[in-house]
Write a protein that binds this ligand. Structure first.
Ligand code: 6XA
Ligand code: ZN
Length: 343
């Protein structure tokens, strides 16, 4: 299996995030991708290739132009106002307030974000664009006949909606790739999100569409971030009704509960008969993940890959979360090796 990777991911290197009431060093750090690429090489998974340039065109297929423009200019505006340190928002809109775009950078950060865990840094724009190019290059390889490809994206993407960022995500790499498959001629695409957190951005982007089936298995939003989307009764809207599936699970579960949820997801996915699958591959479901509360083990990731392979579809894996950094390579590559073993 080929892996798409670029060192440009290092340009996103935030100092701190607000978590558990404290300003702490960012869990979403460059070392994450370094550990994964080292494992890919060590296991001889396959060729590692650099992304092609795509520019912002594929990004603009799923994100609103004013939001894309905001991310392009946010750092410079912030530095002008405050100086050269990471930008974080301070407050958000509440019911009864008015959603009018402020003129100043602090207001714009509040307008376009949904958490204080996602610093905008000097290199955010370039790293985030590079991650979309990694995903698009992977998409192109799968479209060209590869059975499975790994887009080692960083920063991750599945929390980013059409016009907002948060949850360590700026552009929705998986959604951009899914749209890329559609634009390249695929009639139906399925996005399967196995990250611990609900893929709220992906859900929002495709919620009213029946050409992209979105499925997310995640920690129940009654207990877990992002809290305000990801419930089981969200099934899509309009012609998208029935084309979104949420499978929330409670804190503390292990493979005994996760395996059946994955089977349910794959049954719906197979019935949809997609031309291609995009997997939002988060491994923060791991038992030792520092910010998560599922209990999956190393071997469960091999099983996950095997189950996904059984659908028999061209598949693009897009890296999302996972913060047990030293074990991230083993867990992510286990999924890919499980997939290859059954392909
Ligand atoms: C709170 C948790 C952010 C979750 C990021 C993630 N700051 N999403 O892994 O998949
Ligand atoms: Zn996650």
């Amino acid at each position: 299996m080929k892996t798409i990777f670029t060192e440009d991911h290092r340009l996103q290197d935030g100092k701190a995030e607000l978590i558990d009431g404290k300003l702490m060093p960012c869990f979403e750090m460059p070392r994450r991708a370094e550990i994964v690429i080292a494992r890919v090489r060590d296991q001889k998974l396959g060729e590692v290739v650099a992304p092609e340039r795509f520019g912002t065109d594929p990004v603009l297929r799923v994100h609103k132009p004013e939001f894309v423009r905001f991310l392009e200019t946010a750092w410079d505006e912030w530095v002008q106002q405050h100086g050269s340190y990471d930008a974080l928002p301070l407050n958000w809109i509440a019911p009864g307030m008015r959603r009018i775009l402020p003129e100043t950078i602090d207001g714009k950060l509040s307008y376009y974000s949904f958490d204080a865990g996602t610093p905008i840094t000097a290199g955010t724009w370039r790293a985030a664009i590079a991650a979309t190019e990694v995903a698009m290059t992977g998409m192109k390889l799968v479209k060209g006949g590869e059975r499975g490809t790994f887009a080692l994206c960083r920063p991750p993407g599945h929390h980013a909606g059409s016009d907002y960022y948060g949850g360590y995500c700026f552009f929705n790499n998986a959604a951009i790739a899914a749209q890329g498959f559609r634009d390249g001629g695929a009639a139906r695409v399925a996005v399967l999100d196995v990250d611990y957190h609900h893929g709220n951005g992906t859900q929002e982007i495709f919620y009213k569409r029946d050409d992209v089936l979105t499925i997310s298995i995640h920690a129940d939003p009654k207990q877990e971030f992002p809290f305000f989307l990801g419930h089981a009764d969200e099934r899509g809207e309009g012609r998208g009704e029935g084309f979104h599936l949420n499978l929330p699970l409670p804190w503390g579960i292990s493979w005994a509960e996760y395996g059946p949820a994955l089977d349910t997801a794959m049954r719906r996915l197979t019935e949809f008969a997609p031309d291609a699958i995009v997997v939002s591959l988060g491994v923060d479901t791991f038992e030792k993940d520092p910010i998560s509360k599922f209990k999956l083990k190393h071997e469960d990731y091999i099983r996950t890959g095997e189950v996904i392979a059984a659908a028999g579809k061209p598949t693009l894996f897009v890296m999302e979360g996972g913060y047990a950094v030293e074990e991230l390579g083993v867990n992510a590559v286990n999924v890919l090796q499980g997939f290859e073993a059954k392909s």
